[in-house]
Write a protein that binds this ligand. Structure first.
Ligand code: AHR
Length: 326
């Protein structure tokens, strides 16, 4: 009997030690008595960046409309491109005790504290569209594009358009954001050395700022500019206006490569004013909720779930435009 009691004590101690030492990057498994959740049980907090581009509008619609279709209780906020607003929104979702938080970090740095707070509260966080530079254990997964690859593709397209070399300007996205950093470096990995990047400034991913910065480029360099690389279509569309007002032909005098593949870019290609758009897919709603449910039910998720993307040209833009969802 004494032997049996000692065995039981040893077994209990083993269970206690193993239980206390688990953690790290592994998500907490739901307690044995907690039933797995269904989609319609989910309460989701989503901290969106803002409404800076056509792309973002489509991304927001995908998150909101999919929630309605799936009967998910979605708490949504728009941070108006400000990191402090996103942090405040995440804190309010933690206080409300949502099941899972989704967010698209406006910039890459400065998220550790708030993500640690979510982890301490036992709420899994999914990064959507943009990635933050944080340790792996602070998020369940990242769902989004390969922005470096998009930049590489844009560089290759510029090489084809300016095969004899040229002088180009660059409209960079929001300073410190993952797509701006990665599209900047990816482009430089592939663009030929006979293509000189004579200037590079941020247009903050907006049409108005893209136009304003392009006007300044044209004032400074005029006819010297033979190409434009814009980190998104909205800035390219703003720049197209500036080029026309300056008296040059966008797409002809100045070759233009941009990123996103929104409907506005297809219209510009049909009009012969844009040469190439590299796709960045904003329709992430369905995949987001599927991952959210898996995270809430304690499943380990891959570090990154990449979205599939293509490249589009003027030749078949008119044929493809009616099928474009954004
Ligand atoms: O993070 C994705 C980028 O953000 C899109 O390319 C841009 O249009 C948006 O604002």
């Amino acid at each position: 009997m004494k032997k049996f009691s000692l065995l039981m004590i040893a077994l209990l101690m083993f269970v206690f030690v193993v239980g206390c030492s688990s953690g790290g990057a592994e998500p907490a498994a739901p307690a044995a008595d907690a039933a797995a959740k269904n989609m319609e049980d989910l309460v989701v907090g989503y901290a969106q960046i803002g409404a800076e581009s056509e792309w973002r509008t489509a991304n927001t619609a995908s998150i909101q409309e999919t929630a309605k279709t799936l009967n998910v209780d979605l708490r949504f906020s728009d941070a108006q491109q400000k990191q402090e607003n996103q942090i405040a929104a995440i804190r309010s979702y933690i206080a409300e005790g949502v099941d899972v938080i989704g967010f698209s970090p406006v910039v890459e740095t400065g998220w550790e504290t708030v993500l640690q707070e979510a982890k301490d509260a036992g709420i899994p966080v999914i990064m959507v569209d943009r990635r933050a530079d944080v340790p792996r254990e602070l998020y369940a997964t990242y769902l989004g594009s390969d922005f470096v690859e998009e930049g590489r593709k844009a560089g290759n397209e510029m090489n084809t358009l300016l095969s004899d070399g040229g002088k180009i300007v660059e409209l960079v996205g929001t300073v410190g954001s993952a797509p701006a950093n990665d599209r900047y470096s990816g482009f430089r990995e592939t663009v030929n050395s006979n293509i000189e990047i004579i200037d590079s400034q941020s247009g903050d991913f907006t049409r108005a700022k893209g136009k304003e910065v392009m006007e300044a480029f044209l004032k400074k360099y005029g006819n010297e500019i033979t190409g434009l690389y814009a980190h998104n279509d909205d800035m390219a569309i703003g720049a197209i206006q500036a080029i026309e007002e300056f008296g040059l032909k966008p797409g002809v005098d100045i070759k233009i490569v941009s990123i996103d593949a929104v409907r506005g870019a297809f219209e510009a290609m049909i009009a012969g004013k844009l040469n190439v758009t590299v796709e960045c897919n904003p329709l992430l709603g369905p995949q987001f909720y599927e991952l959210a449910l898996r995270a809430v039910n304690g499943e380990s998720l891959p570090e990154w779930v990449p979205s599939e993307e293509s490249v589009y040209y003027p030749d078949n833009a008119a044929e493809l435009l009616p099928q474009r969802q954004y």
